[in-house]
Design a protein around this ligand. Structure first.
Ligand SMILES: [Zn+2]
Length: 416
């Protein structure tokens, strides 16, 4: 074994994601797959390949904490009937595009399995490293029970059928425990549970709560026993409060929270993962997707409230993390989340939400989302000034000048 490859990036304006500030005149040394040094002092780099950043900003690889890499279609019930091999191939294409947008890590909020995580880790295709939840866990008639009314059996549309977004349907604390253990047996990095109504599901009221408190607590207890945390889909103040009180760490969407709910979240150390990009995309696509009147009415209720929820969470000191939740061809809107959140969040704090805060949520502090010795060498060299705006991330084809994942250069810096 020879020495690992060394790359030195000089004259970089490094984003210190832990403190949401930029540090001029840094040299970052990458050794193999990791960051070896970050310094403003003179450092010998004779043995390294040298990249001159020419004062550009160097960011940690981005993290999207709410994606569905298997969501090749917005028609989730139809997707559940597709063969897993086909959905897997589609997922690899979706993941490759995410990586090209600068997302070197994503947390899957339901659907992706350990095979996809392993395929990416082995380099069978290029994509973000994956943190998987396995099948989302839902009560009968809950948010990931995709069966149209009239369908009786469970098998056709349940998680055992394919690789789509169909839930593991579980009712009662014992079934919930079994469903959580099943995801853990299959290598889940986190557990996803449906704690309230949703938009894409045909049969549940948006403002409703799902699961009894004992069922939620059972899910959290089982996850906790395996050293894993739970993320919960929830919109209404009541659904969010119940989930957080049951020990859920990560609230997904959360559009309808109020200040009191944000305070409960803060007290319990919960994170909020809003997903504005998907509402914007769905609203624009309108009826063309074939969604029912009822589903579009639910969309209208949450779309307006998303940015307000971010303001409420920030005001109470709840950590807010970057997420998108896009489906099908709308995945192309992933980077639009930066533009949408700019209305409520200053640029460097927004960048922090997609790097350091996301890494904290994933319990990957010091390994991901930070340019620090020992972390994965996931790096973006970007055009423009991230302290002013994040337009370079909203248009990643032009804005990201160099893209590196685990020390591998995927987009080399072109000569100016
Ligand atoms: Zn989702």
């Amino acid at each position: 074994m020879g020495r690992p490859q060394r790359i030195a990036i000089r004259h970089a304006r490094v984003f210190d994601s832990a403190h949401a500030r930029l540090l001029d005149g840094c040299t970052v040394v990458v050794e193999g797959e990791r960051i070896a040094a970050v310094t403003r002092e003179p450092i010998a780099v004779d043995d390294a390949e040298v990249v001159d950043a020419e004062g550009r900003a160097l960011l940690p690889g981005l993290i999207d904490a709410h994606v569905h890499v298997v969501a090749a279609s917005h028609d989730l019930a139809g997707l559940a009937l597709q063969p897993a091999s086909l959905v897997g191939a589609e997922a690899s294409r979706i993941m490759r595009a995410m990586l090209q947008r600068g997302f070197t890590t994503v947390r899957d909020a339901g659907g992706a399995d350990f095979g996809l995580r392993e395929a990416q880790a082995r380099g069978l295709y290029e994509g973000p490293r994956l943190f998987i939840a396995g099948a989302p866990i839902s009560q009968t008639g809950g948010h990931s029970d995709l069966r149209p009314r009239g369908v009786r059996g469970r098998d056709l549309y349940c998680a055992c059928a394919g690789l789509g977004l169909a839930g593991a349907i579980a009712d009662g604390a014992d079934e919930v425990r079994r469903a959580v253990r099943e995801q853990l047996r299959n290598g889940a990095d986190q557990i996803k549970i449906m704690a309230g109504g949703g938009i894409s599901s045909p049969n549940d009221p948006l403002e409703g709560t799902q699961y009894a408190l004992g069922e939620l607590a059972a899910a959290v207890e089982e996850a906790d026993a395996a050293g894993v945390y739970a993320m919960a889909h929830a919109y209404s103040a009541r659904a969010v409060t119940r989930a957080v009180q049951a020990g859920v760490r990560s609230i997904e969407h959360g559009n309808l929270i109020d200040a009191a709910t944000a305070r409960v979240m803060k007290r319990h150390g919960a994170f909020l993962v809003p997903t504005l990009a998907t509402y914007a995309a769905l609203a624009a696509e309108g009826a063309r997707l074939g969604w029912s009147e009822a589903m579009r009415a639910k969309l209208a209720v949450v779309a307006d409230r998303g940015i307000e929820a971010i303001r409420l969470a920030r005001a109470e000191g709840v950590p807010v993390v970057f997420g998108t939740d896009l489906l099908g061809h709308m995945h192309a809107q992933q980077s639009n989340e930066f533009t949408l959140r700019a209305a409520a969040v200053p640029p460097l704090e927004l960048l922090q939400s997609a790097t350091h805060t996301a890494a904290q949520l994933l319990r990957q502090d010091g390994r991901l989302g930070q340019i620090t010795p020992g972390a994965w060498a996931d790096l973006l060299l970007v055009e423009g000034d991230p302290a002013r705006d994040l337009g370079m991330l909203a248009r990643p084809e032009q804005g990201i000048a160099l893209l590196m994942q685990a020390g591998r250069v995927l987009r080399p810096l072109a000569a100016r």
